[in-house]
Design a binder for this molecule. Structure first.
Ligand SMILES: Cc1cc2nc3c(=O)[nH]c(=O)nc-3n(C[C@H](O)[C@H](O)[C@H](O)COP(=O)(O)OP(=O)(O)OC[C@H]3O[C@@H](n4cnc5c(N)ncnc54)[C@H](O)[C@@H]3O)c2cc1C
Length: 653
């Protein structure tokens, strides 16, 4: 294989290549774009029993404190209109129901199959992992470790004496808003309710393999009882926990089990599953077929393709296709519930606003000399404000297009000075468009959201973004044009300080929202690396040590090689490698220490880290760009385009 192709294949090796699962767009209370309809359980993003039950309880807590809803209840004289309608009787829906009954709500639970049907369909004897372990549950529906059967017994025992109004066999098909209430259209009848809680899990249609033979009766996408696989030649397809658990469950009784996965290793399987799987592989009970793709399913065999595209034919009498499930997206579409990643007109306009801002800043900076000579030089914030308040400024501002166009079309304009006028023109019109669009969007925001603004995370987040934007503009323009240093600190100090603060705030938020062990470890590492070696050490600790002489004398190693002329900023280089950080190499004061260190870091240490722990080890656990993406970007990660085409564009970049 040609080396470039080989390199890109290696780059792609662990990347998710399928389309990302799309969830309904919800705010931090779980409310969808259809106001009054809330999502709980798996559809909020993390598929864990404990968290599903917790989210079910929490939505009722929210209803208890929602004055608008309580007033609607008081005024509701129509006995047909329920307070709450819960759709789905999994752990999330049942936990909601248990809480709703405590608070005397008038509600119903609709369930298309049987209560806890997802758990009923777990493989027989499936061990239950009650993660996150340290999480103490507030919901009355408790989830404990054990096996599928013990969990089901416990769950049924917990609701035995509670009169939960669950209607089984009722499939909700569509939700419609009718005035101040909703109509829920089902296969049976139409229900009415003031609020709707969607607890339907991810049980949509299973993903298809799209290969010949997929329709054969020996192909399943859910294992109900491992005994079904007794004495069969089983192939399990997939690399997620469900695939691993299926292979593990059937390994004891099947004649043979092969597990085919298109990548070279499983990405983040549950620890217990990995241990059990490895043991069964060692015992020869499961054959792992990494980097294989299933090509065809025949009556008594299956055909796989290995990474060299060579065919492997295996005897086979049973296939479990465990490659994931699609969300019940049709239900959301029919109900006009917006999915993540669907851009509204407002979102598109916000993006345009961002582009206009960038255009104004970029072209404004490159034509700063023109503007300075046109409007006159100002060297303090005070003068900026006085100038803006003068009539002369506005006269010049309005006449600027005429000046620019006559300059652009005059005979005196030459190739070497035309860009100045073009840049100034783009900056001018970007500014006007930015201003007009900004005012419109602000008005729209106030009109639509002001009554709903509460002291919550969303409000804090946007207030934080806006304050940081204004603060940076003051620091940047003050430093660049008037030489003003805020509190005597450089621009770099403020940028790094707020960069670290942002990672800290959004990192803590990420750990709170997704309290799994992996997320906690990764986020803590990112926060600490950003805060200590990239801010506190260079800005405070090293200067202090230097001052008290703890870093040696003026002619010592530290001050001649590591931080010449007290350049403590160089210590960023300990974490941020060349070419991410090039200041240590591209400057007139390059030292032997930084030359050798940077070469070893870029060409030995980082390649070793990547080789040993994978591509994400440096970017996802150490680097500050990755830190911002994993923390600030966490809420937005599903918005980016996914799939093979997006990957190609990424490689191109
Ligand atoms: C094989 C497997 C193994 C798992 N193992 C574990 C584990 O060990 N530990 C762990 O913490 N988690 C595990 N999970 C995840 C866990 O099952 C889910 O997190 C949990 O069931 C989510 O609860 P839920 O109430 O949100 O959804 P579900 O339990 O899926 O319940 C949704 C309910 O809604 C019903 N429904 C769907 N659509 C409609 C409709 N239109 N109208 C009416 N009703 C509808 C369904 O029939 C279902 O009963 C596992 C999942 C699978 C598939």
């Amino acid at each position: 294989m040609n080396p470039i192709k080989k390199y890109f294949n290696w780059l792609q090796k662990d990347n998710p290549t399928g389309e990302v699962e799309r969830y309904p767009e919800i705010d931090e209370k779980g409310e969808t774009s259809l106001k009054g309809v809330f999502i709980v359980g798996d559809l909020t993003g993390i598929p864990l029993l404990k968290l599903a039950a917790e989210s079910g309880k929490r939505v009722i807590d929210y209803f208890n404190g929602d004055d608008v809803f309580q007033k609607q209840r008081e005024n509701n004289s129509d006995s047909e209109i329920n307070d709450i309608l819960i759709i789905g009787a999994g752990p999330a829906g049942v936990a909601s129901g248990m809480e709703a009954i405590k608070h005397n709500y008038n509600f119903k639970i609709l369930e298309s199959a049987k209560r806890f049907s997802t758990i009923i369909n777990f493989p027989k004897g499936k061990p239950i992992i009650a993660a996150p372990y340290e999480y103490s549950q507030e919901s009355d529906l408790k989830i404990n470790e054990g096996v599928k059967e013990s969990l089901l017994d416990e769950l049924n025992e917990q609701i035995k004496n509670i009169d939960l109004p669950i209607a089984e066999g009722v499939v909700a098909e569509k939700i419609e808003k009718k005035g101040d209430h909703f109509e829920i259209i089902t296969n049976d009848t139409t229900f009415k309710s003031l609020r709707v809680v969607l607890a339907i899990g991810k049980s949509g249609n299973a993903r298809t393999l799209d290969i010949p033979g997929e329709d054969l009766p020996k192909v399943f996408n859910r294992l109900i009882d491992p005994e079904e696989a007794k004495d069969e030649d089983v192939l399990v397809v997939g690399g997620g926990d469900s695939a691993l658990e299926t292979a593990i469950a059937v390994a004891e009784c099947a004649k043979s089990v092969a597990l085919s996965y298109r990548k070279s290793s499983f990405s983040r399987p549950k620890e217990q599953n990995e241990v059990k799987l490895n043991k069964l592989v060692e015992e020869g009970k499961i054959k792992l077929l990494f980097e294989t793709n299933i090509k065809e399913i025949k009556e008594s065999s299956v055909v796989l393709l290995d990474k060299e595209n060579k065919e492997i034919e295996l005897d086979n009498s049973m296939v479990f296709s465990m490659i994931g499930k699609e969300l019940p997206t049709d239900f959301f579409k029919r109900s006009n519930i917006k999915m993540e990643g669907e851009l509204s007109l407002t979102a598109k306009l916000q993006f345009a606003l961002l582009l206009l801002f960038a255009g104004m800043l970029y072209f404004g900076k490159s034509s700063a000399d023109f503007y300075e000579s046109f409007f006159g030089k100002v060297d303090s914030w005070g003068k900026v404000f006085t100038s803006i308040c003068s009539g002369e400024f506005w006269y010049k501002f309005v006449s600027l297009p005429e000046v620019l166009f006559s300059a652009l079309f005059s005979d005196s304009v030459r190739i070497w000075n035309v860009t100045k006028y073009i840049n100034a023109t783009i900056a001018y019109f970007s500014f006007i468009a930015f201003f007009l669009l900004g005012v419109y969007l602000l008005y729209k925001f106030i009109r639509d959201f002001a009554p709903e603004v509460k002291l919550n995370w969303q409000t804090f987040k946007y207030a934080y973004f806006i304050s940081i934007g204004i603060f940076f503009a003051v620091v940047f323009f003050g430093g660049r044009y008037y030489g003003i240093e805020l509190l005597g600190k450089s621009q770099g100090f403020w940028y790094t300080g707020f960069y670290s603060l942002t990672i800290l705030i959004f990192g803590l938020r990420r750990m709170k929202i997704k309290p799994t062990r992996y997320i906690k470890l990764q986020t803590s590492a990112l926060i600490l690396i950003q805060a200590l070696p990239l801010f506190i050490l260079p800005e405070f600790v090293f200067p202090l040590l230097g001052k008290i002489g703890a870093l040696g004398g003026e002619n010592g190693f530290v001050f001649t090689q590591v931080f010449p002329k007290e350049s403590y900023w160089r210590s960023y280089g300990f974490i941020l490698a060349w070419p991410l950080n090039f200041s240590n190499l591209y400057n007139s004061n390059i030292t032997t220490f930084w030359l050798v260190f940077s070469i070893v870091q870029t060409f030995v240490i980082i390649p070793y880290i990547v080789y040993r722990w994978g591509k994400g080890a440096y970017c996802g656990w150490i680097c500050s760009c990755g830190a911002l993406a994993e923390t600030l970007g966490d809420e937005y990660r599903t918005l980016a385009p996914h799939g093979p085409k997006a990957k190609k564009w990424e490689n191109f970049g």
